[in-house]
Design a protein around this ligand. Structure first.
Ligand code: MLT
Ligand code: ZN
Length: 474
């Protein structure tokens, strides 16, 4: 019996056949990222149904020196959850670990296992009379564990923060198989290093998140959504400023879409633009927990002021739930439509909000000067200064010609970002697609500190190797 067979046999004994998948046909959906950009191999997919089972198999992997790639809903945009091509790694899927362990409406917390999807958690919160606010287009598949491990942001971060801001407690299986139970439901907990924040954003390189305590908020009973067209980048910022000053506490989303990004979504089919064609668009959502909050009047009044001030060309306020969903679909279909539109280079960037107009303007001007014909289709989260500066393959250009420009296009964008005091990764993380950028654009002292943390927690370097940080060979 080979060493590998012995290893797999040990895993099988702990997890049973449903928990240890080796059939190549069943591995397919786990070894490729959802955009079809990264293709890997895996010895098997482990699907523990309890934290203790995962702890036991982690101990086996640690002893054998086998690398482990944690995977939630497999919706990473940076290849963070896809194994390498060696066939020597195992995937740990959390998709059977998905119980809600507790909901407390006085504490305003939910204790939930890592494999529950974000949409399922939102529904559970509503059923309990509360709101779980994390929200993004992939929420139907993305999981609690993955969202925390990547510190996901999304469209409500402007009001409620990113995953990290919702995180109160954590349970993690460490690389040696030990379980750290830090599932405290405390809104204040100031004892030493905030370990939960080390794991948030670690992208599976320090341990496997198995459960978390997350914050809940008062249920939303009133929602109003508007869709606007605007004439300039400066107007985007001016409208946001006006909104924040007038309605700061009730702005749930303030999303930007460029003329090109809307054109791509419309070409994708089935959707209608509620305002005239323009170079810039914004979607605004206000919400409130009081059912009788006069949000419609308040939204209309801010928009009327903005129209008067010339910041907005045209604005439509959704008249019913159907229209509200239709407006949102123009925003939430961006990723899928761009995926269909040909080669798509994603640049998930952020700048101080005050530099947002400059970011949009300078990226467009410099890219136009250098790369004639590329389609510049940014969209993103205005209130967080976070833009997805996506560049789409022009009609008629070959895939290889387009991809050959990728690094040069990236360099132009990231130089603009850096000169405006921004970040080359706002909410999608590093994964494997931004390893080199991370090394180029962050101070050596910062990377060194992170490598020392990684080496201390994962001395065998078995946790998601090749993601986030390149480590010296052990
Ligand atoms: C979004 O804002 O829709 C997500 O970050 C996904 C994406 O950028 O494609
Ligand atoms: Zn986003």
């Amino acid at each position: 019996v080979s060493v590998i067979d012995q290893f797999l046999d040990q895993l099988l004994q702990i997890l049973g056949p449903a928990g240890c998948v080796t059939d190549p046909a069943l591995l397919d959906s786990y070894i490729t990222d959802w955009r079809g950009i990264y293709h890997g191999q895996a010895m098997c997919v482990l699907r523990p149904s309890r934290t203790e089972e995962l702890a036991a198999v982690m101990a086996v992997c640690a002893k054998a020196g086998i690398a482990v790639v944690p995977q939630g809903g497999n919706t990473s945009l940076t290849g963070a959850a896809t194994p390498d091509g060696s066939g020597h790694q195992v995937i740990v899927s959390l998709n059977r670990l998905k119980r809600i362990r507790a909901v407390d409406i006085i504490d305003m917390t939910v204790t939930v296992e890592a494999g529950l999807s974000i949409a399922e958690l939102q529904s559970a919160a509503i059923a309990a009379g509360a709101l779980f606010p994390l929200s993004f287009a992939a929420e139907g598949s993305a999981t609690v564990g993955g969202a925390i491990a990547t510190n996901a942001g999304g469209t409500a971060a402007v009001r409620y923060g990113s995953a990290r801001d919702l995180l109160l407690g954590l349970e993690v299986v460490l690389p040696d198989g030990a379980i750290w139970n830090g599932l405290r439901r405390l809104h204040k907990d100031n004892a030493g290093y905030a370990l939960r924040h080390l794991f948030a954003g670690s992208e599976g390189t320090l341990g496997v998140i198995t459960a978390a305590v997350l914050r809940l908020f008062p249920a939303v009973h009133a929602r109003e959504v508007a869709f606007c067209s605007l004439g300039s980048e400066q107007d985007v910022l001016a409208l946001w400023r006006r909104l924040r000053e007038r309605e700061g506490g009730s702005v749930r989303a303030v999303e930007y879409m460029s003329g090109d990004s809307i054109a791509i979504v419309l070409r994708h089919g089935g959707l209608r633009l509620p305002v005239g064609v323009a170079d810039h668009y914004m979607l605004i959502e206000l919400n409130a927990s009081q059912p009788d909050a006069p949000l419609r009047e308040r939204l209309e009044s801010v928009l009327a002021e903005a129209l008067e001030a010339g910041e907005v060309i045209d604005a439509a306020v959704a008249q019913n739930g159907q229209q509200r969903d239709d407006f949102w679909r123009l925003r939430e279909s961006q990723t899928e439509a761009q995926k269909q539109a040909g080669g798509n280079l994603k640049h998930d960037i952020s700048v101080p909000v005050s530099n947002l107009a400059e970011l949009l303007r300078r990226c467009r001007a410099e890219l136009k000067a250098w790369f004639d014909g590329v389609r510049i289709a940014p969209f993103g989260h205005v209130g967080d200064g976070n833009i997805h500066m996506n560049i789409i393959q022009p009609d008629g250009m070959s895939d290889s010609d387009f991809l050959a420009c990728a690094d040069d296009i990236g360099a132009v964008i990231y130089d603009v970002v850096e000169s405006l005091g921004g970040s080359f990764s706002a909410e999608h993380g590093i994964g494997r697609s931004k390893l080199a950028l991370f090394e180029q654009r962050r101070p050596a002292a910062e990377l060194d500190l992170m490598r020392r943390i990684k080496a201390a927690i994962d001395p065998g370097a078995i946790m998601n190797p090749g993601k986030v940080l390149r480590m010296p060979p052990t």
